[in-house]
Design a protein around this ligand. Structure first.
Ligand code: ZN
Ligand code: ZN
Length: 389
């Protein structure tokens, strides 16, 4: 079975190259030929869970908070540039897949964000403005990486020749939420050794975790992000579908659960910047929420992305919905510190963590198998140690 899956991944490699660059015409016959194989059930791999979630499924939120978790599909390409599906079709697919919101990120253009369908989306879908900045080797341009620029003011993006520094300067000035996309894409690797301080997030999960591994190297992206956390960065992890509408039939792959104070673009972007995000491999896969009881009163008031007020031992818990039979792995600055089996589809798994310094953190992953990298189901953002005095 494993060999078969490996072969499948290699077969789809050419098709998925489109995910980190301009869609290659030559890739399309391969995509068509492998579509049936991609849809074959592969138990335990990303996106194949069939947990019972529906729109409005309750998700854990500490008492007294007004916001809610929204299911957000990030990093989508439409026919406003090189995607193969028109925006209204993508919006309907997003709604049918239970998404509350969709981020449109065509390559180097926000034309689609000015369209009537973007401004009047169907079914109450929340649309988030965005573009994917990046140069293309095919055009003889200097390739330095791709960035998702979300909520940026204006209509045109920074020029592709701006370089990372020029792009980040302009994006910052225009109040973009900056996501370093697929930093280890073989075709378009991010050209900085560490995430730039102006970036708000890293796309640690691009496309299917497992099937794009030879192309996007999500494991490396996750490790890069972990290294940044160890240096004290408060940097969000997000996922991006990189859905071009070609190599996959619908939008329903990786999803971001974003805790938004308000159910709109501004609320979602604030949630992403704050790291109040948990990634899951699909809208129907297991969901992972990390909480902490900062003052020991039995109320878990601290959620992902937030900073503890005091140093010391703290009670942390992972809330896992739809994850029976999988494992939760906890990580701190020391690496993986605990593994626990998930025994039901509504499980609470405790951990005592010692968070004493600003560079301390605790985060969690949900995996079908704790020791196989391709079996990722969900990745939480961290809860951070106390700020320096
Ligand atoms: Zn890209
Ligand atoms: Zn893309």
């Amino acid at each position: 079975m494993l060999m078969q899956q490996r072969a499948m991944a290699l077969l789809t490699l050419a098709a998925l190259v489109a995910g980190c660059g301009k869609a290659a015409v030559t890739a399309r016959p391969v995509a068509t030929a492998t579509l049936a194989a991609q849809e074959a059930p592969m138990e335990g791999l990303d996106g194949d869970d069939r947990a019972v979630f529906h729109r409005g499924t309750p998700m854990p939120v500490p008492p007294g908070r007004a916001g809610r978790w929204l299911l957000v599909s990030n990093h989508n390409h439409s026919t406003y540039w090189d995607g193969e599906k028109p925006l209204p079709l993508m919006q309907s697919e997003a709604y049918l897949a239970q998404f509350d919101a969709m981020v449109l990120t065509d390559h180097n253009t926000m034309r689609g964000c000015e369209s009537p369908e973007f401004k009047a989306p169907p079914h109450g879908l929340i649309m988030v403005r965005g573009m994917e900045w990046g140069a293309f080797r095919e055009n003889g341009e200097d390739v330095v990486g791709h960035a998702g620029l979300l909520g940026m003011s204006g209509i045109d993006g920074p020029p592709t020749g701006a370089g990372l520094d020029g792009m980040l300067g302009e994006a910052t000035a225009r109040n973009a939420t900056v996501i370093i996309n697929h930093p280890f894409c073989w075709h378009n690797t991010w050209a900085q050794p560490k995430p730039d301080p102006r970036a708000h997030a890293v796309e640690v999960w691009n496309g299917w975790w497992y099937r794009v591994n030879p192309i996007m190297h999500n494991d490396q992206a996750l490790g890069w992000w972990q290294d940044a956390l160890k240096e004290g960065r408060h940097l969000a992890a997000v996922s991006g579908t990189d859905n071009h509408g070609d190599n996959i039939g619908n939008i329903a792959r990786n999803a971001n659960l974003v805790y938004a104070e308000t159910p709109d673009e501004a609320g979602i972007l604030a949630g992403i910047r704050a790291g109040r995000v948990s990634i899951t491999s699909s809208p129907t896969a297991g969901r992972l929420f990390l909480e902490a009881d900062a003052d020991g009163d039995g109320v878990y008031e601290t959620i992902m992305g937030e900073t503890l007020p005091h140093a010391g031992k703290v009670a942390v818990r992972a809330r896992v919905l739809g994850g029976a039979g999988k494992s939760v792995c906890f990580y701190t600055a020391k690496g993986r510190v605990a593994i626990a089996a998930v025994k039901s589809n509504d499980a609470t798994i405790p951990l005592t963590a010692e968070l004493t310094a600003p560079h301390d953190f605790v985060r969690a992953e949900l995996r079908a198998h704790p020791h196989l990298s391709f079996s990722m189901t969900a990745v939480s953002n961290p809860i951070y140690g106390p700020a320096a005095l």
